[in-house]
Design a protein. Structure first.
Length: 141
């Protein structure tokens, strides 16, 4: 389902990625009612690398990078700094809503430039509503 939605909605192309090239595949876990694992990641510390990328997997170990390993979300549209990192996706209690939390920062500005978090919400893992919470402004003391 996720694989089909991502590929048919955007015509995305996939390429294999293996975070541990020297290791062999782990046994496939029981996928349950879901059809794929989605992995959200960023690729480095440069501004053009501090963006959300997605990869999918049938077994949770071997992944295919989507969108030719290019960002699937525009960091400059969802963040206050123009860069995001450390994506984490959570499934909501209802089972149909997904939340993504991101660090809103650009490494080139220094590690102390992290002043905000980006919060995203989706029901299909493709279209996301976003908001920025500036921690220093919201909680000045």
């Amino acid at each position: 389902m996720i694989l089909a939605a991502l590929f048919f909605s955007y015509g995305l192309q996939a390429q294999p990625i293996n975070p541990n090239p020297g290791q062999t595949s782990a046994p496939s876990p029981n996928p349950g009612p879901y059809s794929a694992y989605l992995f959200a990641y960023f690729t480095g510390n440069r501004i053009d690398q501090e963006a959300v990328h997605n990869a999918i997997s049938a077994d949770g170990y071997n992944y295919l990078a989507l969108n030719n390993n290019k960002p699937v979300l525009n960091s400059s549209e969802i963040s206050s700094t123009g860069g995001v990192r450390d994506p984490h996706i959570l499934r909501g209690e209802d089972g149909n809503t997904f939340y993504m939390v991101l660090t809103d920062m650009v490494s080139a500005k220094g590690w102390s430039s992290n002043r905000a978090m980006v919060l995203l919400k989706s029901t299909d893992l493709i279209n996301w509503q976003s908001s920025v919470v500036n921690i220093q402004k919201k909680y000045p003391n």
